[in-house]
Design a protein around this ligand. Sequence first.
Ligand code: SF4
Length: 336
Amino acid sequence: MLGKGRSRMSETILKLDNVAKIYGHTIRAVDGVSFDIKAGETLALVGESGCGKSTVARMVLGLTGLTKGGIEFDGVDISGLSQKALRSVRRELQFVFQDPYSSLDPRMTAGDIVTEPMVVHGMIRGPKQRSSVAGQLLEAVGLSARHIGQRPRQFSGGQRQRLGIIRAFALSPKLIVADEPVSALDVSIRSQVINILQDLQQEKGTAYLFISHDMPTVRHIADRVAVMYLGKIMEIAPKEQFFSAPHHPYSQALLSAVPASHPRRRRQRILLPGDPPSPAAIPTGCRFHPRCPMAQDICRVEEPPARALGDGHIAACHFAAPWPIQIPAAPHAEFA
Ligand code: SF4
């Protein structure tokens, strides 16, 4: 049942072009976001809570409308599709949400939960076939046929998220939007669930838009990393480049908070002052300038363009430079 492999890695499966979501003319929750995801690839979208990453996820899934821009999925413009038209796309575009407790219908059995998408799309008929397919799906995530009749409350948090994951994979989608899929789970079982996500991806060739604020998880699962701040992408880079040489001061601050695997690799901790400003009052120039330890006069007046740095590495900063940076003395820069 499973198995189509990572055969089309160069094919673009999702493309966001200058996507914006503005509430009530002033609240720019998402403010011109562009990126693409190739078939079978994992793009991690990271940033502090409230930066707009979950709104991006909801727009990709058609749960929130766009104010501007376009979204192409598998070569088709899906940004203006009706809910009815989106239903046919859904087969190829699935999701896993953060909270396994609320995303499963408590009245349904595990067997019905994991096979429901296939029943809806007419891929299985009759209780006998449904039961057989349910057993295979449950086994694919380390559960078994004996769990078929159990209800969500009878599973642990990790097991519930496995049900959510295999339900998303049941239709062999081309893309899964995973919004913080392990952050509600105990640290001890996160890696098991991440491994399941990776194994299924390898087997089926599915791409992930993986929303997370947890850098160790991102380091484990991502092929590329996109950093969002106040509704905009600050940096996109292949994972290795991002973790070894982040160019944007915001990325550098985020990574400075991640414990190093070896004491020699410890980075100077950069504590950013204050909280991100409100999306209703985005600062002039570079929106990061009130918190940036590198900010210069130009940053207050001129918005930095997204600069291509080679090998698919892009950073929106007038002074993008690899880590370690020489940070000029600034009254609001603190180091731990
Ligand atoms: Fe900091 Fe200026 Fe770069 Fe913005 S453009 S990140 S304020 S150095």
